[in-house]
Design a protein around this ligand. Structure first.
Ligand code: CP
Ligand code: NVA
Length: 323
């Protein structure tokens, strides 16, 4: 746990403490305001001349586009190495890739399969490494999620978030985010798809006042009185071969109108002009599986959340790389 992100890697949210996290959210809101106010020129003075390499083993829309645009908005530049270009651990050892890229660039943004790959990149690159999604964590997504929650509720502390679906990388990062931000998180998942117990342990260690964690298997029970309902795909990248069996296991875990009514539990609550619960999804969505088309159409906050990837990552890059 570090007090400052300057020159540091971000492999999971366990790499920051609450204070740093809240500072990041504040910076993100400030940069978002400056961008909206048309301060493009002054923003480019934040990371002038910095060069960042993106190494991706998996496809991406939001993460790649928002990182590349964030880097340019801040005055830096990037190169993108697509899945297959580098051959991490197939064409070349990850350690050697790290040592070479560390001599060229100012930071690495990596999207990988095994979490050990970002760990080994960070150990050997000698420059900061940002985890842009591994099988274990998706910390940049959770930063954007917290930003969206902060904009809606004023502060994430005390907010009740229920994640419905697979105990995957996104769920893991939300658990750590909840710990650091003091949110009450419930994961509603099928029995065979619980979050990794090690992540729950880490979350327990990071927890500030107000944070709580529970894992349940009844989605209707899990969402009751939730302020935020969050979902993600049932089969993540790399698990496509399990899609059919997962469709069976997750059949009762769809975020649809009926589940939102169960969440309301007969009470109408409105915050920031929005009827609760708000609905978040990291996207891409598999319509008709984890979420229905009507729910996405009625919850534009999902696309504000996608926008916030840009602002959260601008703040992250500024904190890590500013001289
Ligand atoms: N949410 C997210 O990380 O999207 P991409 O996979 O498109 O980057
Ligand atoms: N859990 C998903 C998130 C995609 C952004 C995956 O890893 O594919």
């Amino acid at each position: 746990m570090s007090h400052s992100l300057r020159g540091q890697s971000l492999l999971s949210l366990a790499d920051v403490n609450s204070e740093t996290l809240f500072k990041l959210l504040k910076t993100a809101m400030n940069l978002k305001g400056r961008l909206a106010g048309g301060e493009h020129e002054s923003l480019t003075k934040i990371l002038p001349g910095r060069v960042i390499v993106l190494v991706f083993q998996k496809p991406s829309l939001r993460t790649r586009a928002s990182f590349e645009i964030a880097i340019r908005r801040l005055g830096g530049s990037s190169i993108y190495l697509a899945p297959g270009d580098v051959g991490l651990d197939t064409r070349e050892r990850t350690e050697d890739v790290a040592k070479v890229l560390g001599r060229y660039a100012d930071a690495i943004v990596a999207r990988v399969f095994g979490h050990d790959i970002v760990e080994r990149l960070a150990q050997h690159a000698g420059i900061p490494v940002i985890n842009a999604l591994s099988d274990m964590y998706h910390p940049c997504q959770a930063l954007a999620d917290l930003l969206t929650i902060t904009e809606t509720f004023g502060s994430p502390t005390g907010v009740k978030l229920t994640y419905v679906g697979d105990g995957n990388n996104v769920a893991h990062s939300l658990l750590l985010a909840s710990a650091l931000a003091g949110m009450q998180i419930t994961v509603a998942c099928p029995r065979g798809y619980k979050p990794n117990p090690r992540v729950l342990e880490i979350a327990g260690r990071l927890a500030i006042a107000g944070a709580s964690f529970s894992v349940v298997h009844d989605p209707r029970e899990g969402v009751r009185d939730a302020d935020v309902i969050y979902t993600d795909v049932w089969a993540s990248m790399g698990e496509e071969h399990e899609a059919a069996e997962r469709r069976v296991a997750f059949a009762g875990y769809q975020v649809n109108r009926e589940l939102l009514e169960a969440a309301r539990n007969g009470h109408e609550r409105v915050v920031s002009g929005r009827r609760l619960p708000i609905v978040l999804h990291c996207l891409p969505a598999h319509y008709g599986e984890e979420i229905t088309e009507d729910v996405v159409a009625e919850h534009p906050e999902i696309f504000e959340q996608a926008e916030n990837r840009l602002h959260a990552q601008m703040a992250l890059l500024a904190q890590i790389l500013r001289r």
